[in-house]
Design a protein. Structure first.
Length: 303
């Protein structure tokens, strides 16, 4: 275990902070950033790590925590996106910044693993935690989706039309009918009943490509909500069976633990989908506040 007081001094030396009037203020800022990291990002209670008048962290986590704190404050080694993240100002839909920061942190973990400063277990726990907290790979997929949509616009430029192609001439009418068959009536009710390649056969203009893409995304969102609802109900049954809440007392060899972030994500899901929260409450005959309490870390200390 390493004392955070020692780590703060090492960071101050790295930042070249002179011992002047604002030196203690800067150390106080580092202590605040450490609490933000523990409480808001790793979902740990700093009181659980407080010993000998200072916080102590596992040796395996030292270099990672040190780098994160360096990035979170002004001066040498600062990272503007990391500062936003620590301050709770990194928006959920700021996918570019989230993906950029995630890649930066993955590179840090790769470097520490290669140099022997951390072990594989530590690498995996922090990697999974960073991915979950930052929506790292998801953000990268969303950026890729944006790029693919731009490509789809370009690819369908020639289909940006409302011409009834079979009416152009009798010579081409039958060819166009085979190329652009009339969709069956049931397709208007549920596009999930046919395969994707069958569905695309019925698209005749650019707008149809994008309107059906919207329908597919809407369908995926509904399916995702339903799957998440079932997961939460299973977790609630487990909590009731064990007669204890899931909290931040979970013991682990590292500060990073993706299980805590997973539970926190369920809380965020419920807060953002009050209709699902209401449905779960009705299904299980539980008050909504009791359900939320099961997934909220209630013993976190304040910044």
């Amino acid at each position: 275990m390493k004392a955070m007081s020692v780590l703060y001094e090492e960071i101050a030396k790295y930042k070249k902070w002179d011992e002047g009037d604002d030196y203690e203020a800067k150390l106080t800022l580092l202590r605040k950033k450490f609490r933000q990291l523990m409480n808001n990002i790793l979902l740990r209670n700093t009181k659980d790590y407080y010993k000998n008048k200072t916080s102590e962290i596992p040796d395996e986590d030292v270099e990672i925590v040190k780098k994160l704190l360096i990035m979170s404050v002004d001066g040498e080694g600062e990272n503007k996106i990391c500062k936003k993240w620590f301050n709770g100002k990194l928006k959920y839909n700021d996918y570019k910044d989230r993906a950029t920061l995630y890649d930066t942190l993955v590179a840090l973990l790769d470097e520490l693993l290669t140099s022997g400063n951390i072990q594989n277990g530590t690498y995996e726990r922090w990697l999974l935690s960073f991915d979950t907290i930052l929506y790292g790979n998801t953000s990268k997929q969303i950026l890729s989706l944006y790029s693919n949509i731009d490509d789809l616009v370009t690819a369908t430029i020639g289909l940006n039309q409302y011409v009834n192609l079979p009416d152009i001439s009798t010579e081409t009418a039958e060819v166009f009918r085979k190329l652009l068959p009339t969709p069956p009536p049931e397709l208007d009710d549920d596009i999930t009943k046919i395969s994707l390649n069958q569905l695309v056969d019925y698209f005749s203009c650019q707008e149809e490509f994008f309107s059906n893409l919207n329908i597919i995304v809407e369908y995926l969102a509904l399916e995702a909500k339903e799957k998440n609802r079932k997961i939460i109900e299973i977790l609630i049954a487990y909590i009731i069976d064990k007669d204890k809440y899931i909290n931040d007392k979970a013991v682990n060899s590292n500060l990073a633990y993706e299980g805590l972030n997973f539970i926190d994500q369920q809380y965020l899901f419920l807060m953002n989908n009050k209709d699902i929260l209401k449905q779960i409450g009705e299904d299980l005959s539980l008050p909504e506040e009791v359900i939320l309490k099961m997934f909220k870390f209630i013993n976190r200390d304040k910044n």
